[in-house]
Design a protein around this ligand. Structure first.
Ligand SMILES: *[C@@H]1O[C@H](CO)[C@@H](O)[C@H](O)[C@H]1NC(C)=O
Ligand SMILES: *[C@@H]1O[C@H](CO)[C@@H](O)[C@H](O)[C@H]1NC(C)=O
Ligand SMILES: *[C@@H]1O[C@H](CO)[C@@H](O)[C@H](O)[C@H]1NC(C)=O
Length: 750
């Protein structure tokens, strides 16, 4: 009795001091063999989870009637185990309720030992704030299991700081049509760009070579596609390379940044983006990270670049070491976030891997910014692999903030976030991003609401104001409560396109510059159904008065016609400003099978592959399954995420008529709760069921349709292929041309 009291006192003190957390697992020592353990555990309501150490008499018992985590030990079960009648010997020789031990992933080297790490000012706390990557590293996130591909001019795959992370399945050479992305070497080393970008993401850490990549344990691949004729086919093949294997595509190229081009992806590249976001990463959507553009010197505007202006890409701007807008940087309303890059001659540049197994500390330009964002996003995907492409945009926006970034146009949008056309929502913070990723539950399906505002031509002279109150598709399945992307799709003619500035103002008062003056753009062609995109109204309520303004900033005697204006709103029916984030949407698995698949996540989490989630990601639904235990009458149900029918985006059951929402580009049938895939007839027709008349008709239709489509594509391509060699330029090399350097020096009066 005294001993017991002493024990309780000791336990009490121990608990008060250390704050032990008791689990529902017990370790027991039972020499009688597995059958004895089954018998005892069944009788007392435990589940026998087998030997702790193979070949020993130590067994793992779990009691599912006991809280999974508790601050108090469970004395009742102790007494039951103690009183278990002895046979010849004591049956249960020893037992112990398991407590959760505070274990931290060993991060001895949160600060990498690489020789050039001291020069990586954006990682090593030399500037404040920096990317805050060390916080993410200290939580154990280094990109493990995440695959990034750099779409560029090749990748030196045998570079000593990259080869360990090199992933051939994330690599290809579409310039010479072989799997090897090795760059073409020439005296000027013009094809060093892809290798430099790759090092920013995944240069190996602690290996004594160069510096460290942001996601230094991620898989890295390279697609060689810029060193040759860039056609729509080459772009589409690159953007759709291995989408079930590659998670993140990083691209730092686009139409020429000359301040007079308005151009976007062709038919095939557009299709590649669609396919990527609908089917990539098992339906969660490929992540496309894009550099905003290098046309700052030509007053270019990234909203005239249909790649960074695209809702499927995360468009990344640049800031210099001192928090300034770099001279090469393009500003526009579609930029979502910003990372550091080079600036003036006096400001430090980017340290990374270089051709010929070398290192450089002179990587520059907006194209250095996209791979940084790709690396930081890789850390977030390791923290929560079930994030969708839209979740990541929500999170990147929330993990960005103005910090020390200087601009004359910071404003508060309708939900109180600071936003700028130079930086989007500001500098991306990796620590914040991984923290949010662990707490983020899937956003509800994307809704798209299209409102026709101008259909009849209206004359534009020096100023035109168009105002309309909209309800954002209220009383329909596309009703939107919280905005994500906003597009203004505009057709207009104007005597000098570059002189016309266009502004869009939301009902909550956020005014986006859709395009600013572009002095080099003398085109008389106007805009032909061009979609200008803004991210600035994110999470706002779209109901109310929208305003479009067209303002002539050039000579007074110009004119044209606004022929068409459609407002295309994307968002969700959830009120995102009212969303409460939880402690964590992820927890540790309690029971795994031999392959690591989780069988039991406890009483409030659902198993999804190896993970335990508080929710099921898109294409899965919450259900229960019988957990097989050694004792039949003690079996119970485990919570699992089970796959929806492939036609659904979200569902409440496994059948085709259990859909609750459809993927983009397919339609929902209200009566039958089914989805029909409109835009992509899936290539695998696999008629496993005996064909009936309907199937035969449908299959013939699809076969004929596919044939016609292929013929169409063939004709188009042979026609376009001969004429179009898409002019794609690396947003590269932020080295000031000498004459400009001179001008700047002159203006600075030095
Ligand atoms: C446990 O040990 C037995 C016998 O040595 C062996 O056959 C079995 O594969 C082992 N199980 C595991 C999971 O290692
Ligand atoms: C969304 O929630 C916020 C905060 O709870 C509230 O102020 C706002 O009115 C809500 N918006 C809508 C459209 O219901
Ligand atoms: C799913 O569809 C099946 C087959 O039509 C039906 O029996 C079941 O009730 C549906 N389940 C739900 C949750 O709607």
């Amino acid at each position: 009795m005294k001993a017991a009291c002493a024990l309780i006192v000791v336990v009490g003190i121990h608990w008060a001091v250390a704050g032990d957390i008791y689990t529902n697992s017990w370790a027991v020592h039972v020499p009688g063999g597995s059958e004895e353990v089954d018998r005892v555990s069944g009788k007392l309501g435990f589940v026998n989870l087998g030997q702790v150490v193979n070949g020993s008499d130590l067994y793992h018992l779990q009691h599912n009637g006991v809280q999974r985590k508790s601050l108090n030990p469970h004395h009742g079960r102790h007494i039951q185990l103690k009183n278990e009648p002895k046979m010849e010997n004591k049956l249960v020789l020893w037992f112990e309720q398991q407590t959760e031990k505070r274990r931290f992933k060993r991060q001895i080297n949160v600060v990498p030992t690489d020789p050039l790490f001291f020069k990586q000012w954006y990682l090593n706390n030399d500037v404040s704030p920096d990317f805050d990557v060390m916080t993410a590293w200290s939580h154990g996130y280094t990109g493990r299991g995440v695959v990034v591909s750099i779409l560029d001019d090749g990748l030196e795959k045998d570079h000593p700081d990259l080869s360990v992370n090199y992933d051939p399945l994330a690599s290809y050479d579409f310039n010479s049509n072989d799997p090897d992305p090795q760059p073409r070497y020439d005296p000027s080393d013009e094809n060093r760009h892809g290798t430099r970008c790759a090092g920013e993401v995944a240069a190996v850490a602690n290996n004594g070579v160069c510096g460290a990549g942001i996601a230094f344990n991620a898989g890295i691949g390279g697609v060689r596609m810029l060193d040759g004729a860039v056609t729509d086919i080459v772009e589409a093949k690159s953007l759709s390379l291995n989408p079930q294997h590659i998670h993140i595509y990083s691209a730092s190229w686009g139409p020429e940044d000359d301040g007079k081009t308005v151009e976007g992806p062709g038919v095939l590249a557009t299709q590649a983006f669609y396919q990527g976001i609908v089917n990539g990463r098992g339906g969660l959507g490929s992540i496309f990270v894009w550099a905003a553009g290098n046309g700052g010197l030509h007053y270019d505007n990234c909203n005239c670049d249909g790649y960074s202006n695209n809702i499927y890409t995360i468009s990344v701007g640049s800031a210099t070491e001192n928090g300034n807008v770099p001279w090469y940087s393009e500003s526009c309303a579609s930029t979502l976030t910003t990372t550091f890059s080079s600036g003036t001659k006096k400001e430090r540049q980017i340290v990374t891997t270089d051709l010929h197994h070398k290192c450089t500390d002179q990587h520059t330009g907006t194209s250095a910014s996209a791979p940084f964002a790709a690396g930081i996003i890789a850390l977030a995907l390791e923290a929560n692999p079930t994030l969708t492409w839209r979740d990541l945009q929500h999170l990147v926006m929330r993990a960005s903030s103005p910090g020390n970034l200087k601009a004359d146009d910071w404003m508060n949008n309708g939900v109180g976030r600071k936003v700028s056309h130079h930086y989007g929502y500001g500098l991306l913070d990796a620590g914040r991003l991984v923290g949010l990723a662990q707490k983020w539950e899937s956003t509800h399906p994307q809704r798209k609401c299209l409102v026709e505002i101008v259909n009849n031509p209206q004359e534009v002279r020096s100023y035109l104001l168009v105002r309309q109150i909209i309800t954002a598709c209220v009383n329909s399945a596309n009703h939107i409560l919280s905005l994500e992307h906003v597009q203004a799709k505009i057709s207009l003619s104007y005597s000098r396109r570059g002189d016309l500035e266009i502004f869009l103002t939301s009902p909550m008062g956020t005014r986006s510059v859709l395009v600013a003056m572009r002095p080099y753009d003398t085109s008389t062609e106007g805009y032909r159904g061009w979609s200008f995109m803004s991210t600035h109204m994110w999470d706002e309520n779209p109901h109310g008065l929208w305003t479009l303004e067209l303002v002539n900033k050039g000579q007074y005697n110009q004119n044209g016609f606004l022929e068409k204006f459609q407002l295309i709103l994307y968002g969700t029916q959830e009120n995102m400003t009212a969303r409460k984030t939880q402690d964590s949407v992820l927890t540790e698995c309690m029971t795994q099978d031999a392959n690591g698949k989780c069988l039991d996540c406890g009483t409030s989490f659902y198993s999804y592959g190896k993970l335990c989630l508080s929710y099921c990601p898109p294409k899965y639904f919450k259900t229960t399954t019988r957990l097989i235990t050694s004792e039949p009458d003690n079996s119970r149900f485990a919570l699992v995420c089970a796959p929806c029918h492939p036609s659904c985006y979200t569902c409440n059951g496994e059948f085709a008529n259990n859909c609750t929402a459809c993927s983009p580009f397919s339609t929902f049938n209200d009566q039958e709760n089914t989805c029909s895939q409109l835009y992509f007839p899936r290539p695998d027709l696999s008629p496993s069921a005996p064909p009936n008349i309907f199937n035969i008709v449908a299959i013939s239709a699809i076969v004929i349709g596919t044939f016609v489509l292929l013929l169409f594509i063939y004709v188009c391509c042979s026609w376009c292929g001969s004429r179009v060699n898409v002019n794609r330029h690396i947003h590269q090399e932020g080295h000031l041309p000498p004459e400009v350097e001179l001008q700047i020096v002159n203006t600075l009066g030095r």
